[in-house]
Design a protein around this ligand. Structure first.
Ligand SMILES: NC(=O)c1ccc[n+]([C@@H]2O[C@H](COP(=O)([O-])OP(=O)(O)OC[C@H]3O[C@@H](n4cnc5c(N)ncnc54)[C@H](OP(=O)(O)O)[C@@H]3O)[C@@H](O)[C@H]2O)c1
Length: 428
């Protein structure tokens, strides 16, 4: 006889863990229609601190402060890991899988650093390890990549995958705020953590584009080889000048397959103002998938929050329940692929260089760039003549390494005070 009640245990009752409880309780009837005749039973919940859960006696009855107890409980079928961070979350996931339990997580750090090993373990034991909520929370992007887009090869992913940085850049752009002011506001509103470095410096987006690339290109790649750069150095002036040139600045996570290597990177970029991706604002995430046959697909939605993440975790649970007796190996055939050396990647560049305003300056700078095979598409002088001025250059497509070499020469010129900004322009 089929097992009718599928028992779930949740470990980590913070924002997302509590979101999962809410989704399961508030949508019970709707969810049961999707899994009929089965039922999902919330069997155990664990956190270090019982005060995390709402003061409801019903939940206290199933609460424990021993995560270990839940992870090995023989009555539990599915563990939801919402502790976050690398350890001890990874060890709990491994232990749950070894105890024959399916695991659902939202933990991108664990997947980025130990995902292949965990997926192998799950496959050997014919159990599920699902992680839809780990990238772009409320957008079902992993399902789209793994279950829906299975007829044509994907060529390119362009993502705004971090809500914190998108919120900050939007505030800087729409309200003319400097970076520090916009960051403080994001922290006050709960969009940025007290230590925001993982978001601000691009590490979070890097983990997410790693996950999307691995799934989309079925690639075994080394996440440490992905170049990432954050938004700390973006200034109000750059946002203003970019706007005048017809662009918006976004933190982009990019991945492309040229058939040989994968070009994967995270950095701020000038995006044409009218493009859909330039209009993904605030704490929203956006993802553009480009492939043959289906063309361009754009997704946008809430990239964080208890209910967006909770709802995707519950969707993974529903998926497991519906395939409980009929194991499907969703994630196999990962092939080793190299990530292209960042210095060899190409794009047009936006450069802002502070110089002494005197005749011949432009010619001197242009010579250094030309020597390194970098040419200009446009040059605009900003500021008053006669003193120190900023010159904004837009280059034609150039190699990253060549631009870096040219800038090393330019900074040595007597007329140059400072290289203020180097921002890539995305061609979409
Ligand atoms: N927040 C979002 O919107 C969002 C969206 C998508 C994905 N995610 C991912 O979801 C995961 C959870 O994020 P979150 O925002 O919910 O984090 P959170 O609010 O910090 O919740 C984590 C909870 O786990 C508890 N915890 C820590 N160590 C534990 C242990 N050994 N056993 C049991 N509980 C433990 C924490 O307690 P203490 O606070 O006392 O340490 C906290 O209550 C992360 O991987 C995150 O990247 C989050």
């Amino acid at each position: 006889m089929k097992k009718e009640a599928i028992n779930v245990g949740i470990v980590g009752l913070g924002t997302v863990g509590q979101g999962v409880i809410r989704v399961l309780r508030e949508n019970k009837e709707f969810i049961e229609q999707k899994i009929f005749p089965r039922k999902i039973v919330l069997k155990r919940i664990a956190d270090k601190d019982r005060n995390k859960i709402l003061p409801e006696s019903e939940l206290y009855k199933i609460f424990t402060d021993s995560t270990q107890e839940v992870v090995v409980d023989p009555e539990i079928d599915i563990i939801v890991e919402t502790i976050g961070g690398f350890e001890p979350a990874r060890s709990f996931i491994v232990q749950a899988l070894k105890s024959g339990k399916h695991v659902v997580t939202a933990n991108k750090e664990v997947i980025a650093r130990a995902g292949y090993e965990i997926l192998n373990l799950a496959q050997e034991n014919r159990i599920y390890f699902l992680f839809e909520a780990s990238v772009a929370s409320g957008i079902p992007i992993i399902g789209a990549l793994s279950h829906s887009l299975t007829s044509y090869k994907l060529k390119e992913i362009i993502g705004i995958l971090n809500g914190t940085t998108n919120y900050i850049l939007t505030k800087m752009s729409e309200e003319d705020k400097e970076y520090n002011e916009a960051l403080k506001e994001a922290q006050k509103k709960g969009y940025a953590e007290a230590d925001p470095s993982k978001d601000i410096d691009g590490f979070d987006a890097c983990n997410k584009i790693f996950i999307l690339s691995a799934i989309a290109f079925r690639a075994k790649i080394d996440p440490d080889k992905i170049y990432y750069e954050g938004i700390r150095n973006i200034s109000k002036l750059d946002i203003q000048y970019a706007r005048e040139l017809g662009y918006t600045i976004k933190l982009l996570a990019l991945a492309a397959d040229d058939g040989q290597q994968l070009d994967i990177k995270v950095h701020p970029a000038l995006v044409p103002k009218r493009h859909t991706m330039a209009n993904v604002n605030g704490a929203y995430n956006g993802i553009l998938l480009r492939g043959e046959g289906f063309g361009d697909l754009t997704f946008s939605g809430l990239g964080a929050g208890a209910l967006p993440a909770g709802s995707m975790i519950v969707s993974d649970i529903v998926n497991i329940v519906n395939n409980f007796d009929n194991y499907k190996n969703y994630y196999s055939c990962f092939k080793k692929k190299e990530i292209k050396d960042f210095k060899k990647t190409q794009s047009p560049f936006y450069l802002r260089i502070r110089v002494k305003d005197r005749p011949g300056v432009l010619a001197e700078i242009a010579r250094s760039f030309a020597k390194n095979e970098v040419s200009f598409a446009s040059v605009i002088q900003k500021g008053e003549a006669g003193g120190i001025v900023d010159i904004v250059f837009l280059t034609h497509r150039a190699k990253e390494g060549d631009v870096q070499e040219a800038l090393k020469e330019v900074i040595r010129l007597e007329c140059v005070e400072k290289i203020c900004s180097t921002i890539r322009v995305v061609e979409i």
